[in-house]
Ligand binder design. Sequence first.
Ligand code: ADP
Length: 427
Amino acid sequence: MWNKPFEKLRRRMTCLYAAIFGALILVIVAAAYTFIWWEILAHEKENLVAQIYHEGEEWVESEEPPCSEAAIRSGKMLAYFVDADGTKVILNQLGQGEVGQKIMQHEADWPKKLDTSRLLRMHGENGERYRYLAAVAPVIDGDKQLGRLYMFKNMEFYYHAAYKTLFLLLCMALVLYFAACYFGYWLAGRNIRPLSNMYAKQQQFTADASHEMRTPLAVMKLAVRGLQEDEDSRLSDFAKESVAMLQSESERLSRLTENLMTLARSDEDFLPVYTAQVDMTAMCKKVASQMALLAAEKKLQLKQEIQDNLVMQGDEMALSRLLIILLDNAMKYSPEQTTITLRAAKVKTHLVLEVCDEGCGIGDEDKQKIFDRFFRVDKARSRSQGGLGLGLSLALAIVRQHGGSIKVLDNKPQGTVMHVQMPADTK
Ligand code: ADP
């Protein structure tokens, strides 16, 4: 059983392998096709020139014309015989049809040098294609050159054979491609498996360790609170300061373990989503009014722009945690006397939540990184605010568990907009 990030990686690697295999197969097919075609053409050119010499000899010996009547009629083989200067036509065997006329029209494209050949591509009146191999060779009688004999061989048969071969090659390539994709999927799985196992063990360890740390931490917190609330204790000022420090650090540690545990589970898809219909309007208002007290303490104003009747399927606890993370961040990174706005609205089929602040903003280079675990733009500042760099990773996990997406936008004129989209309830 793969966990989610590795399944994604496997799919991505398969796509990469498939693209490489596909490109390779196409190159092989193209090379094979070009090579076969080139070989055929070279062979045919050689043959045609040799045939002209042979027909020339027969003409000299018995004046037997180079092409038979049947060959001319079917357009398979045509000939044109002119004197050495090319001015007087000795024999015209181009026939009466369209092909002969076309070949004549393309006289400028005929091979110029003796013993050479060229491929003529022509189009008929009704769009039909004519492809003829044209070659020229001298007709010699003893020492004297009687003229130049042109012969034109219809190449249509070869083209049809080449298309059929190409089709066959492509079919084979397609089968090979699917086999390669399957092989790529298998190969990616084989390469990833050890990594995934290691990762799963590490996740298990994180989840177990943070789970095991919860109880001793809870006991520590209770003990520290007991110390702080013990009216009979005679603690020195230094000891009181130390106890206060103990309390804030144990709070931090307990938040860290809680977040780590949730994240470790979210990787394995164990983040529990107790799906039920959530009244997002009420939930947003409730969280906003709770956070408004904290905001006021920090001399910040929390504005609400929340539409009525917003409902979605989801886990209410997780969704309110998401809102708290975003509002808490907005408060942490905003200067006093600024405004934080919580917007919630339905846009088409989605519910859009936005937390806008007028704080320091986030640079373009960090907009993606802030969702990474333990990433903090300004470490000193974030730590002084009690930040651990886990809040947004958790927010991302929650949004994804609800089939949504989250992104960071710039607020105008300054600050950040955290933009969340999740499927709204359509019922
Ligand atoms: P932290 O607990 O450190 O706030 P988060 O994962 O919530 O961790 O955020 C990661 C980093 O993103 C923060 O350290 C901070 O630098 C930056 N960040 C998050 N929200 C905001 C915001 N509203 N304005 C500016 N910076 C922010």
